[in-house]
Design a protein around this ligand. Sequence first.
Ligand SMILES: NC(=O)c1ccc[n+]([C@@H]2O[C@H](COP(=O)([O-])OP(=O)(O)OC[C@H]3O[C@@H](n4cnc5c(N)ncnc54)[C@H](OP(=O)(O)O)[C@@H]3O)[C@@H](O)[C@H]2O)c1
Length: 288
Amino acid sequence: MNDQRTVLVTGATGNVGPHAVSQLLAAGARVRALVLADDPNVDRLPAGVQLCTGDLADPDSLDAALDGVDGVFWMWPFFSLSTATAPAVLKKMEQQVDRVVVVSSVGVHIGLEPVDNNCHAYLEQLLEQSTLTWTFLRTTGFMANALGFAAQIRGDGQVVRFPYGDAARTSVHEADLAAVGVRALLDDGHEHRRYLVSGPEVLTQREQVEIIGEVVGRPLRWQDVHAEEARRQMVATGWPPSYADGALDYFAMLTKESEVGSTVVAEVTGQPARTFRQWAHEHAAAFR
Ligand SMILES: NC(=O)c1ccc[n+]([C@@H]2O[C@H](COP(=O)([O-])OP(=O)(O)OC[C@H]3O[C@@H](n4cnc5c(N)ncnc54)[C@H](OP(=O)(O)O)[C@@H]3O)[C@@H](O)[C@H]2O)c1
């Protein structure tokens, strides 16, 4: 397949979107980024991308963004938007697009996430029932989730308080997740694949924080707190309660058995998956 395809990226200003946009542009694709009107985060996007205003909550608002598009890098902002309009968004895509990559979750891969929670498994089911050619990126947790600890570390913080320091994660660098999606959109051979996408190593949450400490040059210590305390804080900062419960139950499980991992990043992109230490160096300023 040639690289002169036109690709629309949704969730373009989130954690993964800017990487997807940059990498698609570098690969020679024409790239559109779906952004909300007055989106405060468009400065995260590189020059050369075409900004298209639209709202996933209003499928008709996507018509201009989708006009003439070949592929969609589809990310749904589950935290802030229900999936009520997802079937109508999918119908719009079916009229224009032949290929969709959707960012899904390891929770679907290991059978923890039910279809009826209207989250990643639901989007997968919609795609399976559509006429579209799809690829699922069932990702483990983002390395960027560690930014959630930044407020406790910045300045002269020494202790990170959160439950389940021994939860062993295979967190993925957002650029690697994007890179797998870019290959799936631009190359043949990824149709109807359900990829488990992970980082290259197993690190406990405690070890991730220790690495951040080494990178910023200040020893950091993990302190386990009760899950209920963390749940209250997560819900207060916008987590839907059922998502907070699901995440905390999952972390508890990962103290007993490590998160699953894969070599998909290296196999699909031809590059080794980035390490957490590399991610921490790139984001050191957020923790200083
Ligand atoms: N974090 C993890 O560990 C993890 C694990 C598994 C799967 N995932 C999935 O990965 C995907 C990408 O995550 P992410 O962290 O990069 O992004 P995200 O935080 O899920 O989504 C934020 C993006 O969506 C945009 N957005 C919000 N409401 C919108 C609307 N109504 N219409 C159009 N766009 C809207 C935001 O724009 P603004 O700039 O205006 O805010 C921003 O670009 C998500 O589907 C998430 O569920 C994440």
